[in-house]
Design a protein around this ligand. Structure first.
Ligand SMILES: [Zn+2]
Length: 148
């Protein structure tokens, strides 16, 4: 982690090395090699790993919940987004899946004209896990999560 940046082009080879060591390939490694990732940390608005954003499992088949995963962002895959460096953030598999789940549920309820308070109540009734360290969705949490 303390390896010097490579070549002065902003690329931090240590992040690419860490991703390689985990068995990651593809766009995340490409981004690290280009200096487009600042750290090996889950970048999701809500991270659920009990050891924190920097703890990752090696990539296996199938991937564990805590392996690195490229999240389509800011354009969701369902909206036509692609896994290219300009549309990816680093996630844990689990955090990526949770984000997709609550984000699409919130969006559907917004389209139906529901208030943030109603959406929070719906997510709580569906037992959708809220942010780490909290136990219930609130209107403010719904809005903050959705716009992040
Ligand atoms: Zn995470």
């Amino acid at each position: 982690m303390t390896k010097a940046a490579a070549g002065g082009d902003g690329a931090d080879s240590s992040i690419a090395d860490q991703l390689h060591a985990l068995g990651a390939r593809g766009v995340l490694v490409q981004m690290a090699e280009r200096g487009q990732l600042l750290a090996l940390k889950c970048e999701m608005p809500q991270c659920y790993h009990h050891k924190g954003r920097g703890a990752f499992d090696p990539v296996t088949t199938p991937r564990t919940n805590w392996a690195p995963s490229p999240d389509h962002y800011p354009i969701l895959k369902k909206d036509g987004g692609h896994l290219r460096p300009e549309n990816v953030r680093l996630a844990h598999v689990w955090c990526n899946q949770r984000d997709y789940s609550w984000r699409t549920q919130i969006r559907t309820l917004l389209v139906k004209g529901k208030s943030l308070t109603e959406i929070a109540a719906t997510l709580n009734s569906r037992s959708v896990p809220p942010a780490h360290g909290t136990n219930r969705w609130t209107a403010a949490m719904v809005r903050k999560a959705y716009v992040s």
